[in-house]
Design a protein around this ligand. Structure first.
Ligand SMILES: [Zn+2]
Length: 416
């Protein structure tokens, strides 16, 4: 396989040039989906892709596909991409790197005259962030059959404007039906959005999946009473129960190292008065792990702890599971392509699960998928100070390029 090399300066130039669309004074981006700023970056992307000889199609969720023909157009395209929308005080790399890195990878192939067997596409997914129109990954969700298009386009922002109306207004309501677009595979380059790669001084994260999530809401009920007049042995202190449970949740997560995380992030105490024994506490629990079986163990341990803590304290418990998102395991051939590509390129690597969700996590339902992570400074994202260096961005795009070429070669052998 020819060892093509992406142009780090050119990729960095694209990142900085497009950062003008929605630039914030603090050096970040405010490019909410389907705004005029989003339209400008979409227009820019279309112009760049067409200059490379690509055909750009847009589906009825506004998802953009820039396609370069392969030797065999009977094969479904190998896609790479991410999202160009950002949070209201977002950074210049989250999502953007995945699209512009893909564009740079494609440009490298075009300039070298390298022909793939399958067509290659660069994809810009609409509204990954979900900050203007909830939920997140709404377009890749429709693409993958998680949401219906009718429901998605009816979603409104806080000023009451519908997704579908804004899509039309900016001129990106395409004619292709969302989801009627088979992919041979999908590769997404993204900043890690966490601190692991930087802390370990590792250049590339080979992302093997996205961890599962379970959320619970817990209400404890005891007895409000006077703090001065109620002996310690005669109290039903709901906050004491909650405190012990917070500690148990920490213990449960730490009992499943290194991946399990468990968090109580929200607590409400009633009546929240300094001389009343707390009678009621509401709190939330967030468990995450890459393995559904471990999540089930954590859940069982948590249910056990609820009784063990609350019964001796005379508290009643109501616990509801409000979200159960199964872990996503990426495709072994796509992961192998990323692994081989990182090895060819000589980068230090580690295999990891994604802590955050991505378009790739949803697209994995309908196409073989994998992701590539690069470090970001202090693990910070969804923040204007978000930063990955020119070299880090280039390393990610290089691995993306080689992974797609590797996958294409394997696909050609399979489909001979
Ligand atoms: Zn993102």
């Amino acid at each position: 396989m020819r060892n093509l090399k992406i142009d780090a300066e050119r990729l960095w130039g694209d990142l900085m040039e497009t950062a003008a669309f929605g630039a914030t004074p603090k050096g970040g981006l405010a490019r909410l989906t389907l705004t005029d700023e989003d339209r400008k970056v979409r227009d820019w992307f279309r112009t760049q892709a067409e200059a490379l000889g690509c055909t750009v199609t847009v589906d009825d969720m506004g998802i953009m596909f820039a396609r370069r023909k392969g030797q065999r157009d009977d094969l479904a395209p190998i896609a790479m991409g991410s999202h160009l929308d950002t949070q209201p005080t977002g950074g210049r790399f989250d999502g953007v790197l995945g699209v512009l890195g893909a564009l740079e990878a494609l440009r490298t192939m075009v300039n070298a005259g390298y022909e793939t067997v399958a067509p290659i596409e660069v994809v810009n997914w609409t509204n990954e962030e979900g900050s203007r129109f909830a939920p997140a990954v709404i377009a890749s969700g429709v693409f993958s059959g998680v949401f219906t298009r009718d429901w998605a386009i009816a979603q409104k922002d806080r000023s009451g404007i519908a997704f579908g109306d804004e899509l039309k207004r900016i001129g990106y309501a395409g004619s292709e039906r969302c989801g009627a677009h088979p992919l041979s595979a999908y590769f997404e380059l993204h900043i890690e959005q966490g601190p692991i790669l930087e802390a370990e001084n590792t250049e590339i994260g080979i992302v093997t999946g996205v961890q599962g999530v379970r959320w619970y809401e817990v209400a404890l009920k005891g007895q409000e009473s006077h703090t001065g007049a109620t002996p310690m042995t005669m109290r039903k202190n709901a906050l004491l129960g909650a405190a012990r449970l917070v500690d148990r949740i920490e213990t449960i997560a730490r009992a499943h190292p290194p991946h399990a995380v468990g968090t109580v992030g929200l607590v409400e105490v009633k009546p929240n008065s300094r001389n009343v024994v707390p009678g009621e506490v509401f709190f939330t629990v967030d468990f995450r792990h890459p393995d559904a079986a471990v999540l089930a163990d954590m859940e069982a341990a948590f249910c056990h702890a609820l009784d063990e803590v609350c019964v001796p304290l005379g508290l009643s418990v109501a616990c509801e599971k409000i979200w159960d998102e199964a872990p996503v395991h990426f495709d072994k051939d796509c992961i192998a392509a990323v692994r081989a590509s990182a090895a060819t390129s000589g980068y230090s690597t580690r295999e990891m699960f994604s802590g955050a969700s991505h378009d790739a996590a949803v697209v994995a339902r309908v196409a073989p998928t994998a992701m590539i992570f690069v470090p970001c400074r202090d693990g910070i994202s969804h923040n204007e100070v978000e930063f990955s260096s020119k070299e880090q961005c280039a390393a990610g795009a290089q691995v993306l390029l080689q992974a797609v070429m590797d996958y294409d070669r394997r696909l050609a052998e399979q489909k001979r």
